[in-house]
Design a protein around this ligand. Structure first.
Ligand code: AHG
Ligand code: MN
Ligand code: MN
Ligand code: MN
Length: 336
């Protein structure tokens, strides 16, 4: 009967959040309301992604964002959807989006106590060929609701209270942590609900996969080059690791979380701070990795200890299985 009970005991993401809220008697469900608006945004983007080819939603929007990237139509659409959903939740105060040059300060009547940093559509280069893409978000608590400043989002990742991503792939999977472990939910399109399918995700301590854009090898620094060399030509008689690189951070990180291994976007001579953005890519994924028993390193320090000084700041990142990241840390330590 357990299986039967399991089938009918639908643990939706909202019910799960309410259960978690039980641990915070002081909260009045504000986080659950915020989460339900993030979930609404994810459901909308999932449906737009699934019809992109049919609804002429692929291709360029004809604009360029602050990152200097050509915005795809889905970049712009998903950004508008998330900004509207987050503002209308009445639970946010400051928003930082990859697609907005400046932070968004919510007007007083709709102001709440959370700051959300998000990448509305991650992996844009993969939209037109139907490869998995995603949304990434990290959540801070506002310091003083009545005078929100940029300082509220220029905080170390250790101050984040929750983080997650939604991956739009063969299925739509939302992975979330509120600081008490990591849980995965899969969208059941017939119900329109995210159902708990991956309770308490823990990343294997060691993995057999490394995930990096080898095309940048010419520009890597010595520790990174040495690490990748060891993955391909291990000196200890172990077998070489496999290379898996999808080019959407959400997909590469999701595989790393479930299968183990290491994902790296290192610094290189062209971009000394790497490519990935601290507030809405590096911090949320590092938060999740640590909550799942892995770790995340910048080449210089624990990623979550970084204190950003501007909202689109970038950082090199090495994240994944605990033991695999230890190896890269010792290579950087011996070089310094
Ligand atoms: P975005 O599409 O949100 O701009 O992010 C793209 C990022 C990330 O998803 C991925 O890990 C990385 O770009 C891939 O970069 P390269 O193509 O340089 O490997
Ligand atoms: Mn982009
Ligand atoms: Mn991204
Ligand atoms: Mn993006």
């Amino acid at each position: 009967h357990a299986a039967e009970a399991q089938r009918t005991d639908l643990m939706t993401i909202t019910r799960h959040a309410l259960n978690e809220q039980g641990r915070h008697p002081e909260s009045r469900g504000d986080f659950t309301i915020l989460l339900s608006h993030i979930v609404l945004g994810c459901k909308f983007v999932a449906s737009a992604v699934n019809k992109a080819g049919l609804a002429k939603l692929i291709g360029l929007a004809g604009e360029t964002n602050i990152q200097g990237e050509e915005q795809k139509k889905l970049d712009v659409l998903s950004n508008e959807v998330f900004v509207k959903a987050l503002v209308s939740s009445g639970r946010t105060c400051v928003l930082v989006s990859e697609e907005n040059e400046e932070a968004i300060f919510v007007d007083a009547p709709l102001r709440g106590k959370y700051c959300v940093c998000f990448d509305p559509l991650d992996g844009s280069s993969n939209i037109d060929c139907g490869v998995s893409i995603g949304t990434i978000f990290g959540i801070y608590m506002i310091k003083d609701k009545d005078n929100a400043t940029l300082e509220d989002v220029l905080q170390p990742g250790t101050d984040m209270i929750a983080a997650g991503y939604c991956m739009y792939g063969s299925s739509c999977t939302l992975v979330l942590s509120t600081g008490n472990g990591v849980n995965g939910f899969t969208l059941d399109p017939s119900l329109g609900e995210f159902i708990l399918t991956h309770p308490n995700i823990k990343i294997p301590n060691k993995g057999k996969i490394y995930s990096v854009n080898e095309g940048n090898a010419r520009n890597w620094d010595v520790p990174t080059a040495r690490f990748v060399e060891k993955c391909k030509f291990p000196q200890d008689g172990s077998s070489p690791k496999s290379l898996r690189y999808i080019g959407s951070m959400v997909a590469d990180v999701h595989r790393t979380l479930l299968y183990g291994g290491i994902f790296l976007y290192p610094a290189d001579k062209k971009s000394p701070n790497g490519k990935l953005r601290v507030l809405y890519e590096v911090f949320p994924m590092s938060f999740l990795m640590e909550q799942a028993g892995g770790q995340s390193f910048t080449g210089k320090q624990r990623a979550l200890d970084l204190v950003p000084t501007e909202i689109h700041q970038r950082s090199p990142i090495f994240l994944g299985s605990y033991d695999d990241v230890e190896e890269i840390k010792s290579l950087y330590a011996s070089e310094s």
